[in-house]
Design a protein around this ligand. Structure first.
Ligand SMILES: Cc1cc2nc3c(=O)[nH]c(=O)nc-3n(C[C@H](O)[C@H](O)[C@H](O)COP(=O)(O)O)c2cc1C
Length: 405
């Protein structure tokens, strides 16, 4: 470096000029505002929080991302179409205010209930989600163990990575219910239900949404990674012409559903029959008329039909139409205890954890899933105490103000 340049850089008059500018900046409102900006955004941290350090459900997600291959991460994270619903499911919770109440000690909060014959300490259950062994070797058995240790119920997906006959007996003292998608052939349906009930799953959940979904973002990622799975022209030949539903990016295999099918299933299920995927008051009423013991208000976590309402926005009108005849369960977007509180206040009798429970399992196995469920339960107790709610019936619409747009 030339002398003249070195002098200029180290010259005391230059240093004092910089100090004066810094002083002016610090004194100005603009400078003060800039100083408020967190100089260490989460993404730049060099480590993730350990299980002993995690503070909320979101802290588990980076571990999940780091622990699995991208296709497994994408399968959990992505939603249908342009993922409007996926985003809106989360935004909707921001649009509900919890009204300040007179806080009570957490020792006075008891959120236990008996719902559909199940005694639960907290109205926070585990939703059916597919293929958990891909998330962590603990898989479905690990999730069931976590749910049981956290005093809650698990719904096992029909797309399980571990057969129901292995999951059910693996954990003592738990409650395992089972979900499946309608099968047009009633003999096949009867066989599936017999298998689920034979394994000890008293509650049967029939999922009636996700009839025509398409994970566009997942497909984009696959294409960019060179794994194009749409038909392509053979060398030199014409591109194959897609016909029927495939032209519209759906397989069409689930577009036949009828309420008469539910009538038939009702006769096969002596225990609780729950219809999952209700977003319209009219469908809620029909589900009850066709024998459902409960419904789940859900848009499948933004994985069913894009550009519909968030599940939370759909909830109040459905609760009004059901009018207390059956318990209303709710899922889509639940990540925090305050989310549970808002859904309960808008009329849900219990809420289900979908992706959040998967983050816990994928991050730290069964122990992580248990920790995550318990964390959300604790947050719910804290929110209830802060809002002055000692019992579940205190968490009602007088405690919230919905500002849905
Ligand atoms: C990866 C994944 C797999 C799922 N698999 C099923 C399934 O097999 N059956 C079902 O009824 N719902 C399934 N769901 C939907 C969940 O039961 C639940 O409705 C949804 O996850 C709730 O939204 P959330 O993830 O925002 O909490 C799945 C959801 C995810 C994220």
């Amino acid at each position: 470096m030339a002398d003249i340049e070195r002098n200029w850089l180290t010259n005391p008059s230059r240093r004092s000029a910089i100090a004066r500018v810094a002083g002016l900046m610090a004194a100005s409102p603009v400078g003060a505002a800039m100083a408020q900006i967190d100089p260490r955004p989460l993404g730049e941290h060099h480590r993730f929080l350990s299980l002993a350090e995690v503070q909320n459900a979101f802290d588990f997600e980076p571990h999940f991302f780091g622990n699995v291959v991208q296709s497994v991460y994408d399968y959990t994270a992505h939603g249908d179409g342009s993922e409007f619903n996926l985003r809106r499911n989360r935004q909707a919770f921001d649009w509900v205010d919890i009204l300040p109440g007179r806080a009570i000690p957490t020792s006075q909060v008891d959120l236990s209930s008996t719902l559909l014959g199940v005694n639960a300490k907290f109205p926070v259950w585990v939703a059916p989600t597919a293929q958990m062994v891909a998330l962590h070797p603990d898989g479905e058995i690990g999730m069931y163990r976590a749910a049981t240790a956290a005093s809650t119920l698990m719904m096992l997906s029909i797309n399980t990575g571990t057969p129901v006959g292995q999951v059910a007996p693996a954990v003592q003292g738990g409650t395992l219910w089972a979900q499946y998608y309608p099968q047009e052939n009633l003999t096949t349906t009867q066989r599936s239900i017999d298998t689920l009930q034979g394994a000890g799953c008293k509650g049967i959940i029939v999922t009636i949404d996700q009839t025509a979904s398409f994970y566009e973002r997942t497909q984009q990622v696959r294409n960019l990674g060179g794994r194009v799975i749409r038909p392509v022209a053979a060398a030199g030949g014409p591109a194959p012409v897609l016909t029927g539903s495939a032209r519209y990016r759906i397989n069409g295999g689930r577009c036949w559903y009828t309420w008469q099918y539910i009538d038939a299933v009702r006769k096969m299920v002596p225990g609780p029959l729950i219809i999952k995927g209700i977003l319209e008051p009219e469908d809620a009423v029909l589900a009850i008329q066709h024998g459902a013991d409960s419904i789940i208000v859900s848009n499948h976590g933004g994985r069913s039909m894009d550009y519909g309402p968030s599940s939370l926005e759909a909830l109040p009108a459905i609760v009004a139409a059901v009018n207390g005849r059956v318990p209303v369960l709710f899922d889509s977007g639940i990540r925090r205890g305050s989310d549970c509180f808002k859904a309960l206040a808008l009329g849900a009798n219990a809420v289900l954890l979908g992706r959040a429970a998967r983050w816990g399992l994928a991050a730290f196995g069964s122990t992580g899933a248990q920790r995550l469920i318990e964390m959300i339960q604790q947050e719910l107790v804290q929110t209830a105490a802060a809002a002055g709610c000692a019992k579940l019936s205190d968490i009602n619409k007088t405690k919230v103000k919905a500002n849905f747009v």
